[in-house]
Write a protein that binds this ligand. Structure first.
Ligand code: 5GP
Length: 193
């Protein structure tokens, strides 16, 4: 966690008071050594439910790499990522959730093919960011529709001030965030200790 926070401070860039740009190690260029440590840390956080995890759920694109590294620490369970576009190959029916993007100010949909999520499957959500919680809530909605169970959500960077964590916890989702940003002010990033 300290390694991650130091990296955010060293290489992260605050864009206004809302957005954190971490494309040099998390969202565009990927630091695989750091991702491996992140995967191990999620395993530690969710160690009590580790044998129950059947699948890891995330959202394309930046969730995939972190979910894949994490899966290695949970017995290499499959990673299923929700898609933002409807591919022509997704023909057999899919679960669907509307997601509002505050950053882009648009509504979009995320989808998971029915064949990759079944009733009774126990899932961990893994994602890079938790902001307003729309993306994660979309996955929770999809899991509920499929009759799958959410064991928890592991987040690399939670921006606490955007309240997504609060919304998820209100829904009864266990949230484990590795770095929690309390506020961004004058280009400076403040972590919750
Ligand atoms: P949500 O508001 O649904 O919790 O966040 C949706 C998605 O927007 C996240 O999964 C992440 O990909 C992206 N996102 C939100 N806030 C930030 C941010 O500060 N920096 C970056 N790089 N992505 C963000």
């Amino acid at each position: 966690v300290e390694i991650l926070k130091n990296r955010i401070i060293r290489d992260g860039l605050a864009v206004g008071s809302e957005i954190l740009k971490v494309d040099s190690f998390l969202n565009h260029q990927v630091d695989v050594t750091l991702f491996d440590l992140i995967g191990a840390e999620f395993r530690t956080r969710f160690d009590d439910v580790a044998d129950k995890v059947d699948k890891i759920l995330t959202i394309e694109a930046s969730g995939i790499a972190v979910a894949a590294f994490t899966a290695k620490y949970f017995g290499s369970v499959p990673v299923v990522f929700a898609k933002k576009e409807k591919p022509a190959t997704m023909t057999d029916g899919y679960y669907f959730a509307e997601v509002m993007s505050f950053t882009k100010r648009t509504m979009s949909a995320i989808r998971i093919d029915r064949k990759f999520l079944k009733a009774g499957e126990r899932c961990l959500i893994i994602d890079d960011f938790l902001a307003h919680g729309q993306a994660a809530l979309g996955l929770v909605h999809i899991a509920a529709e499929a009759g799958a169970e959410i064991l928890g959500a592991g987040i690399v960077i939670e921006k606490e001030f955007q309240k997504g964590g609060e919304k998820l916890r209100e829904k009864g989702v266990r949230v484990e965030s590795l770095a929690i940003v309390e506020k961004i002010e004058n280009g400076e990033i403040f972590f919750k200790v």
